[in-house]
Design a binder for this molecule. Sequence first.
Ligand SMILES: *[C@@H]1O[C@H](CO)[C@@H](O)[C@H](O)[C@H]1NC(C)=O
Ligand SMILES: *[C@@H]1O[C@H](CO)[C@@H](O)[C@H](O)[C@H]1NC(C)=O
Ligand SMILES: *[C@@H]1O[C@H](CO)[C@@H](O)[C@H](O)[C@H]1NC(C)=O
Length: 407
Amino acid sequence: MLIGMPQGAAATAVDSNGKDGGGGANPTSTARPAAALPLKLLRPLLLLAVLGTGFLAVVVLFLGGPTYSAMLPRLSLAPDAVLPAPASAGKAPLDRWKRAPASAWHNMTDEELLWAASWRPSVRRYPYRRTPKVAFMFLTRGPLPLAPLWDRFFAGAGDAALFSVYVHATPGYRHDFPPASAFHRRFVPSQVAEWGKASMLDAERRLLANALLDPANELFVLLSESCIPLYGFPAVYSYLTRSRASFVGAFDDPGPAGRGRYRAGLAPEVRREQFRKGAQWFELDRELAVDVVADERYYPKFREHCRPPCYVDEHYLPTALSIEAPARIANRSVTWVDWSRGGAHPATFAGKDVDEAFLKRLTAAPAKQNCTYNGQPSEVCFLFARKFAPSTLRPLLRLAPKLLGYG
Ligand SMILES: *[C@@H]1O[C@H](CO)[C@@H](O)[C@H](O)[C@H]1NC(C)=O
Ligand SMILES: *[C@@H]1O[C@H](CO)[C@@H](O)[C@H](O)[C@H]1NC(C)=O
Ligand SMILES: *[C@@H]1O[C@H](CO)[C@@H](O)[C@H](O)[C@H]1NC(C)=O
C-alpha cells in the first residue's frame, strides 16, 4: 500500500491531465501539416509532464522516506539539497523491508503495533534469498523454569538465523537471562492476560504482531512456560517448514462443551453449525498470522459475545480459520497434552513422573493418534508437549540427549 498509494494517485493525476490534453489535440489534427503536429501534441504533453513531476515531487517530499528519496536521482525531480538525507544513507533501500527490529522491546501501542504488523507484500516471490525463520512465542505468567531445556534445543539449530524467540509475561515481571540465552532481551511489551478471557487472545495477537515485525519469520508457534520440545531443532524445523498446512486444532463438537457454547451474538458472521473448538496452542504460517492480527470481522464479535461458557481462546481461531481458510489448516495441534486423567484441566507432570519409560511413551503416543501430514499417514503427530512442572527440568535435561535428540 505504501508504494501502491502514491503510484495509484500519480496515475490518476496523469489520466485526468491526459484527458484534457486529448481534448485539445483532437483527431482532426492528423490531417494538418506534419510540422504542426509535434508542437500541438507537445503542449499538453509538457503540461502533463510538469504536473506529473510536481505531483511526484510533492509525494516524495511529503512522505520523505528513504525509498522515495532513493527514487529521485533516477527521475531527477529535484535538486538533492531540497531533500533531507535518508536516515539509512549508504544502505540499500530494500534493507528497510528485510530488516528485523533491533529489539523486541518498543513503545508502540497495541493499535500501532497491530497496524504495523498487518502489512504484507502483494508480490509473493521474495526478490532476495530469504531463509524462513520459526518464531517461538511464549505466553507466560513470567518465569520460564524450563528455559535451560529450550536453550539446549535452540543450540541444536546451529544457526541463529533459523528461529526467533518472543516472550509475553505479566507486565512488570523482571527477567534476567544471560546474553548466551535465546531468551535474552526477547520479552515484548505486555498487558495482563487472564485465562479464559479475551485478554488472553489479545496477548496471543500481541505476540503474533511482535513476531510479524521481523520479515524473516515465516512460521509462528504459540507455547507456554510448561511446554517442552519432543525432538531436536532440525526435525522440528523441517516438519514445520515442509508442511502444507498450519497446525491449528479445529473440530466440531455438537455437545454442550462445543456448539452448546455458541452465542447468538456471533451471527451473522458465525452460524451455530460453523462454530468450532480447538486447543489454544497453534502454529500459523505468515499469511494466516497477518490475517489474524488484521481480523476486524470475527475478532470484535468474539470479544464482545464469546463470554463464559464460551472461551475466546478455545473457539475464536478454530472457528474463524475453519470459515476463512479451511484448506490451509490441518485441524490438529502439534502440541500434545494429556487429558486422560479427566477433569477441566489436563495433567501436569512432575519430576517424579519423568523417566525413560515415560519419555519413550511420550514420543510413541503420537503413533496412536492416526494423524496425517501433507495428506499421508504420519508417525509423528506432535512436536511439543505440555504440561511440565519446574521439577521436571532436572530429569529432562538428563534424558533429553538420549530420548529427545537434543541437549
Ligand atoms: C517512543 O520512543 C521514541 C524513541 O525511542 C520516542 O521518540 C517517542 O517519543 C516515544 N513515544 C512514546 C509515545 O513514548
Ligand atoms: C480441515 O477441516 C476442513 C473443514 O473444516 C476441511 O475442509 C479440510 O480439508 C481439513 N484439513 C485437513 C488437512 O484435513
Ligand atoms: C486409524 O487409521 C486407519 C486407517 O486409516 C483406520 O482403519 C483406523 O480405524 C484408525 N484408527 C483410529 C483409532 O482412528
